[in-house]
Design a protein around this ligand. Structure first.
Ligand SMILES: Cc1cc2nc3c(=O)[nH]c(=O)nc-3n(C[C@H](O)[C@H](O)[C@H](O)COP(=O)(O)OP(=O)(O)OC[C@H]3O[C@@H](n4cnc5c(N)ncnc54)[C@H](O)[C@@H]3O)c2cc1C
Length: 312
């Protein structure tokens, strides 16, 4: 089996630069990429000066334009131009930049292999072994300089059924379901039936807005939780469902002002599928306080605007 001090997977800027640094430090380095260079990538091609300062090699041969000014304009309004005393960004093309950095790695003594894919990473006795186009290669260190986008595993987990709650609630809003259900409840309470239900077109836009706001709130909540407590990527969809379930719980508990308690209960009940109960409750309460602050802020702002725009 071939053996190296370091195996670097991915010869984008991160991989090539790491390989250059390791090789210059005296390590025996293998740099592997499944693509053949020069290869292109979707990229604006802007190199910030901070990034340039971090590089162990010069990028001058592949710089096509030096940007030292910027312009700002809002809605075709007045344009503000500012010029920096030093370059702001260097413009290049990834086709050229990545190839140039790869060549620098070759010049630094790195063993570069293009057009070969790395698979089957395993660790054994402090060493790492990988398969490079099917052939085993070992290294003391493996550097993964490539992006991994992993879809969360649904792995037969019943907790994802929680996603059916918001879905069912949205389906129940259909006039043919909501009308008879609401009338049944009203008649049981001795009240008159609803004179009419919503039009389908209005309902569709309302459902779309609700769904969008729940997805946005759920994604925001996932990011917030990440900041305070570890949460598994697999639990993304569970967290996504929490604000929706809280909102539905509050709608059912309409006799409570602002659905207080019901909303937090709904959010915490869902979050505890992914987090310890104490953390789930604390986050549900924090979410309510945040929401309250936003609502108070909006109320203050709207009354201020109304006062300013009121005809004198
Ligand atoms: C639209 C767009 C515009 C952008 N604009 C800018 C910009 O203006 N300025 C800026 O600084 N950044 C920009 N970026 C971000 C920039 O493209 C990335 O940060 C950069 O590409 C990351 O470099 P990297 O070396 O980590 O990975 P990459 O450049 O993605 O390189 C990873 C390499 O790994 C290889 N690889 C993957 N899997 C394997 C495998 N199993 N075996 C072997 N090889 C493998 C791939 O072939 C690839 O060459 C932009 C990104 C996008 C999408």
């Amino acid at each position: 089996m071939e053996s190296f001090d370091a195996v670097v997977v991915g010869a984008g800027p991160a991989g090539s630069v790491t390989a250059v640094r390791l090789s210059r430090a005296g390590a025996r380095v293998l740099l592997v990429d499944k693509a053949r260079f020069p290869r292109d990538k979707p990229c604006g091609g802007g190199l910030t000066m901070r990034a340039v300062r971090e590089l162990p090699v010069s990028v001058e041969p592949v710089v096509e334009h030096v940007v030292d000014r910027m312009g700002l304009r809002l809605r075709y309004g007045k344009r503000i131009d500012r010029r920096g005393s030093a370059p702001l960004i260097l413009m290049t093309q990834r086709l050229r930049l990545d190839h140039h950095l790869l060549q620098q790695a070759v010049a630094a003594g790195v063993d570069v292999r293009e057009g070969v894919k790395v698979t089957d990473v395993s660790t054994d006795d402090g060493a790492v072994s990988v398969r490079v186009d099917g052939e085993p290669v070992s290294g003391a260190v493996l550097v993964g300089a490539y992006a991994i986008v992993q879809a969360p595993s649904f792995g037969g987990s019943a907790r994802y059924l929680v996603l059916l709650i918001p879905l069912a609630a949205l389906v129940c809003l259909h006039p043919r379901i909501f009308g008879p259900m609401a009338n049944l409840a009203l008649n049981r309470m001795g009240k008159a039936s609803l004179p009419r239900t919503m039009k389908t077109s209005a309902l569709v836009s309302m459902v779309a807005l609700y769904a969008a706001s729940w997805v946005l709130a759920g994604a925001g909540l996932y990011a917030l939780i990440q900041g305070v407590h570890p949460v598994q990527p697999d639990d993304f969809f569970v967290v996504l469902a929490a604000p929706a379930v809280g909102c539905i719980a509050a709608a059912f508990a309409f006799m409570l002002p602002g659905g207080i308690g019901a909303r937090e209960g709904g959010v915490a009940a869902v979050l505890q599928l992914a987090l310890p109960l104490g953390v789930a409750v604390a986050i549900a309460v924090a979410l309510r306080l945040l929401q309250l602050a936003i609502e108070l802020g909006t109320a203050a702002l709207t009354s201020l605007i109304a006062r300013r725009t009121r005809p004198r």
